[in-house]
Ligand binder design. Structure first.
Ligand SMILES: [Zn+2]
Length: 150
């Protein structure tokens, strides 16, 4: 899923984690265990190199792996094996842990966007309401392939 990621906007240094970083990752597991580094510090360290940051009002695009759902994802081995969703991590870095059961939603409707100013917390109900408001609720599967491909 990295195919589109090669054309980096200026300021985005390197997208793929190199071997040196992988080695550091192992060291961080110990730092995390001993409390030398917090979870959000570790998240921030790994997160920002994958983000094309713009001005405060712009969408900041996730340049790492993107799921077929359109959401960015990445894995921090020293935290957990399952991929984390990039926009949720962005919210967490800015605001602290996400309360259980809540979704992180986009004001901008851009799933790759990880600008915390464009994100807000909501319930499942809010999520559905938001989808309706933005006109992307229940698009029948069979109609999707008819969308113009300009
Ligand atoms: Zn945005």
């Amino acid at each position: 899923m990295m195919s589109a990621g090669r054309a980096c906007p200026p300021g985005v240094v390197d997208i793929e984690m190199n071997y040196r970083d992988r080695w550091k990752e192992i060291k961080r597991r110990d730092e995390l265990a001993s409390g030398a580094i917090t979870r959000s510090e570790l998240l921030a360290l790994r997160f920002w190199p994958f983000v094309a940051r713009g001005t405060a009002g712009e969408c900041w695009l996730w340049m790492g792996s993107v799921k077929d759902t359109g959401y960015g994802q990445f894995t921090i081995n020293s935290l957990q094996k399952a991929p984390l969703r990039a926009h949720r991590v962005a919210w967490e870095i800015a605001n602290g842990p996400i309360p259980k059961g809540l979704h992180v939603l986009h004001h901008c409707d851009n799933r790759r966007c990880v600008n915390a100013r464009h994100l807000f917390l909501g319930t499942n109900h809010d999520n559905i309401k938001d989808m309706w408001a933005k006109g992307r609720a229940v698009i029948p599967q069979m109609l999707r392939h008819r969308q113009p491909t300009a």
